[in-house]
Design a protein around this ligand. Structure first.
Ligand code: PMT
Length: 403
């Protein structure tokens, strides 16, 4: 799994830096190419000579070489990498990474790195347990970085607790597991719409629906995990995105979602339209809060919104794949087939509110995929993450046919 993979190994100033020698040897043995970037403090614990000998590459520490003035480009390095591993990662470097304090080559490389980042903390038990360290690690997790939890054992201070950097063999296994995940969407650009839209009535009211965004966000994570660059156009939801390959565009109304989707689609290889878009909006948005009339009914005059799926279907090129959803309550297959054709989709994901555990808000879904040839594939109730994987498998197959 690691053959020909480009790994940046970032080493910071911890006694566990000696384990970096074993890490390099293990990674190189598995066929990876390793480029070491070390902080000034790291060099106090292990010599660049040891590291360059094991990795067969000069070790990078400064922004430029004192010998010949050569500039070390952190940007090029960040783009070269298939993964960046920071091991050992001290509390201080974790804090700098979490807060963008780019005062050494390792942190600038980290900030420029487009590849997945793995962080193996190493520190004393109290430093590791401190709320500040934990908050910084949470921040790194929220950036999509993967934390390789330290082990519990005897530490350099001779105290016993959690803080020992994980053993090199185990760290290498984590990287191998990561690369074992298929990267079959690498270099593909995928547009995904997710969540509801809100159509304003007045400054305090809107027409909306129950979509939580869970299904669309699971799709975005699944595509990014498999290497795609994802543009996620998200309606108003309270979910967070984690993966660095996901670019999120927040919108509120169907019109805003339409504009964002139309802007992203021409450069996309595929689009998955999972959002629950309001079909109508109030013709007038009241400037002031509407007051209750003492008597009589109130009428809201609604006008149709643009159909995003149909608009993308109308401009779709033959090498682009368009996937829609159909949320139905009755005559499911007939309605879904009609949407598939009318919106010029390549396939449609049918989910029905008649199935317990399917549709809005829940963590599970039950889907049937229908394609233009009339072939349908029904799946059992699964987590939305597993459902996303099934949809992405189908997308990969269809992309292979149209390219
Ligand atoms: O967000 P969750 O809580 O996880 O719930 C997931 C979900 C139920 C919202 C999702 O699985 C789903 O079914 N999404 C589509 C909901 C929907 O609006 O379906 P529809 O049958 O009304 O629309 C058909 C297709 O046209 C959809 O791809 C929709 O995104 C698209 N559409 C609809 C109207 C419109 N104006 N523009 C569109 O692009």
């Amino acid at each position: 799994m690691l053959k020909n993979k480009h790994i940046i190994l970032g080493i910071t100033g911890s006694i566990a830096a000696y384990k970096a020698a074993y890490l390099i040897r293990g990674l190189v043995k598995k066929g990876a190419e390793v480029q070491v970037v070390i902080t000034p403090a790291g060099k106090e614990f292990i010599t660049p000579l040891t590291l360059s000998t094991l990795s067969s590459h000069p070790v990078i520490s400064e922004f430029f070489s004192n010998r010949d003035g050569t500039w070390n480009s952190h940007v090029d390095l960040g783009l070269w990498a298939d993964a960046m591993l920071i091991a050992p990662a001290t509390a201080s470097s974790i804090g700098k990474m979490a807060n963008g304090i780019a005062d050494n080559m390792l942190i600038t490389t980290y900030l420029s790195c487009k590849a997945p980042v793995f962080v193996a903390p190493a520190m004393d038990l109290d430093m590791f347990a401190h709320p500040s360290t934990q908050a910084n690690l949470d921040k790194l997790r929220s950036y999509g970085n993967r934390i390789i939890e330290p082990a519990t054992g005897e530490l350099a201070s001779h105290l016993v607790g959690k803080g020992r950097m994980e053993e090199p063999d185990r760290i290498i296994e984590v990287l191998e597991d990561f690369f074992a995940t298929r990267q079959d969407l690498k270099h593909q650009k995928i547009l995904i719409t997710a969540g509801p839209t809100y159509e304003k009535i007045d400054p305090v009211r809107f027409i909306g629906n129950y979509s939580s965004g869970k299904m669309g966000f699971a799709l975005a994570e699944a595509c990014a995990e498999r290497g795609a660059e994802v543009t996620l156009v998200a309606g108003p939801v309270s979910l967070e995105t984690h993966h660095p390959l996901i670019k999120r565009v927040n919108v509120e109304s169907a019109e805003e979602m339409y504009q964002a989707a139309m802007a992203a689609f021409p450069a996309s290889d595929a689009a998955i339209l999972c959002a629950a878009v309001a079909d109508y909006r109030p013709e007038q948005v009241a400037a002031q809060k509407l007051k209750r009339e003492t008597e009589g009914e109130m009428t809201l005059h609604l006008v149709p919104n643009k159909d995003i799926a149909a608009s993308l279907g109308a401009i779709k090129r033959k090498e682009q794949v368009l996937v829609g959803f159909a949320l139905e309550t009755n005559d499911e297959t007939a309605h879904a087939s009609d949407k598939l054709k009318r919106k010029n989709l390549d396939f449609i994901v049918l989910n029905s509110l008649r199935d317990a555990g399917a549709g809005f808000r829940c963590d599970t879904n039950k889907i049937t995929l229908l394609n233009r040839a009339g072939v349908s594939k029904a799946f059992p109730l699964k987590s939305k993450q597993e459902v996303a994987a099934d949809i992405v498998d189908e997308l990969v197959n269809v992309l292979a046919c149209v390219k």
